[in-house]
Design a protein around this ligand. Structure first.
Ligand code: PGA
Length: 251
């Protein structure tokens, strides 16, 4: 059975002090999660050290929000996958739509990042998703299948990864995909995974939904057969809104 993964994307919010206060409260209140649930906090890179110190003896995971695809070199301002691994970070996001849209990151870069993380021993979570224009033009399937295939091109077939489907028009907008829209996209992605790496890969890979997930809309989305968790931005910033999501019972 696939895990149900509830991931927080803090984006550029919370410094080390606030992160520690939040995480201590979260861990103390999250002792009775359903056995299938796995929680991951994607935090700003500058928080990784204290977050690791705070979470290392808990059941809660943590990750970086981005990395470079080289291990070292003249890349001012970037973070090395090897250093992320040295900080004992188990996971890293790759290809969030904000990285693609604001920082011009391409599918070719995603592919190299996935490979660099695999080589470093860190599990990538590759984000894919269509814009509203692409959806309106009937191109959703083509766009997300292409992002998936290209992003996984250089992966190490022996190493795990996760996928987050995040329709760009639903991120931070309050517009959530309908449960049916989410399930359709997840089914397409799972079929594509099968054609990339076989039935087994498709069966074991968690595909999360992201885009305006809140306690009020989460149950319906979680009930969809192909949805294996959430990637949560806004609602992850407060323990009181993230905790109920972490406690979601997958049926
Ligand atoms: P949101 O962000 O939950 O605020 O829409 C999701 C994300 O960007 O990962």
């Amino acid at each position: 059975m696939r895990p149900f993964v509830i991931a927080a994307n803090w984006k550029m919010h919370k410094g080390p002090a606030e992160a520690v206060t939040y995480l201590k409260e979260f861990v103390s209140k999250a002792k009775d999660l359903p056995g299938r649930n796995k929680v991951i906090f994607f935090v700003p890179a500058v928080d990784l050290w204290v977050v690791q110190q705070t979470l290392r003896d808990s059941q809660t995971g943590w990750g970086a929000q981005n990395c470079h695809f080289e291990t070292h070199g003249a890349f001012t301002g970037e973070n090395s996958p090897a250093v992320i691994a040295e900080l004992l970070t188990p996971y890293t996001l790759v290809g969030h739509s904000e990285r693609r849209a604001i920082f011009g990151e391409t599918d070719a870069m995603m592919a190299k990042k996935v490979r660099a993380l695999h080589d470093a021993g860190v599990e990538p979570m590759l984000c894919v998703g269509e814009t509203l224009q692409e959806r309106d033009a009937g191109k959703t399937g083509d766009v997300i299948r292409h992002q998936l295939r290209e992003g996984l091109k250089l992966r190490d077939p022996a190493k795990p990864f996760m996928i987050a489907y995040e329709p760009v028009w639903a991120i931070g907008t309050g517009k959530v995909a309908t449960p049916v829209q989410a399930n359709e996209a997840h089914s397409l992605l799972r079929a594509e995974l099968s054609s990339i790496g076989g039935e087994d890969l498709a069966k074991k890979t968690a595909i999360l939904y992201g885009g305006s997930v809140k306690p009020e809309n989460s149950a319906e989305i979680a009930a969809q057969s192909e949805v294996d968790g959430f990637l949560v931005g806004g609602a992850s910033l407060q323990v009181e809104s993230f905790l109920p999501l972490a406690k979601t019972e997958k049926r």
